[in-house]
Ligand binder design. Structure first.
Ligand code: SAH
Length: 250
């Protein structure tokens, strides 16, 4: 059995209890070294075999898994944030299927919710946005053209943009076109929940310069939308006049 485990965004306390237990019991851990905090590995057994997948191919990863599973060892594949978002786990699972190797996926705290917590905001506000768009700009990995940032920005929904801070100028250009305005709040959160976390606040007009002067070119969430600044309506759920299953309104 192999477990795909979400390590959370950085801070080691932000892994699930199940994820931590699996790490403690693992005989083999293959971790995504470029983004996962090495502190997680302190919880592994002394004789646990550690592999940094940053320098491995998909095939090499699967080989390590296969050998481990054949030897009846407990294998953990440790991914950053939540494994189901830009985790490249599907290709691993499909290969495991061809080899009849069983697996489970243990969710994690994604960096997009961690970043929103860091700025102490809420993505979903009545009358502002009830939708969160998780996306990225195309890079070496293409993005379907219907999902181009300019098209998505037209919805004016709350956005969390992954894997894109290096391309901040192109991101901003597309968003301004889509929104039809540069007066839209943006928060860039670098290394959310890590000790060297940085929060840069601005608008589409000035965020590019701020990001460049702070030399942020990786590991950042770009959060965009009016949920960051401005008015909203209070929720119905906690309104004194609102009746629901568990509470009668006045
Ligand atoms: N599965 C991960 C995403 C992996 S893709 C998740 O759920 O968070 C890698 C991208 O995630 C980075 O380029 C960056 O945009 C974002 N990211 C990962 N960890 C981050 C963190 N601690 N703070 C800000 N962004 C982060």
């Amino acid at each position: 059995m192999i477990s795909f485990v979400g390590a959370g965004p950085g801070n080691v306390d932000l892994i699930t209890i199940k994820g931590r237990r699996l790490l403690e019991e693992a005989d083999i851990v293959i971790y995504a070294g470029s983004l996962v905090s090495k502190e997680h590995l302190n919880f592994c057994k002394e004789d646990c075999k550690l592999y940094n997948s940053a320098s491995m191919t998909l095939e090499e990863v699967i080989e390590v898994v296969e050998e481990g599973v054949k030897a009846n060892l407990k294998v953990v594949r440790l991914h950053t944030g939540d494994p189901t978002i830009y985790g490249a786990i599907r290709e691993q699972m499909d290969l495991l299927d061809t080899k009849d190797i069983e697996y489970e996926v243990v969710p994690g705290v994604s960096s997009f919710t961690a970043a929103c917590s860091s700025i102490k905001k809420e993505f979903t506000l009545p009358n502002v946005s009830q939708t969160v768009i998780l996306t990225r700009i195309e890079g070496r990995t293409p993005v379907p053209k219907e999902e181009d940032l300019e098209e998505l920005a037209k919805h004016k929904a709350s956005m969390a943009i992954f894997l894109s801070v290096k391309e901040i100028d192109r991101v901003v250009e597309k968003l301004i076109k889509g929104y039809g305005s540069d007066d839209i709040p943006v928060a860039v959160v670098y290394k959310a929940t890590w000790e060297d976390e940085k929060i840069i606040l601005g608008t589409l007009k000035d965020i590019g310069e701020k990001i460049k002067s702070n030399k942020i070119d990786k590991m950042a969430q770009i959060l965009v939308g009016n949920f960051i600044e401005g008015d909203y309506e209070r929720s119905k759920l906690y309104h004194p006049e609102f009746t629901h299953k568990f509470r009668k309104g006045i």
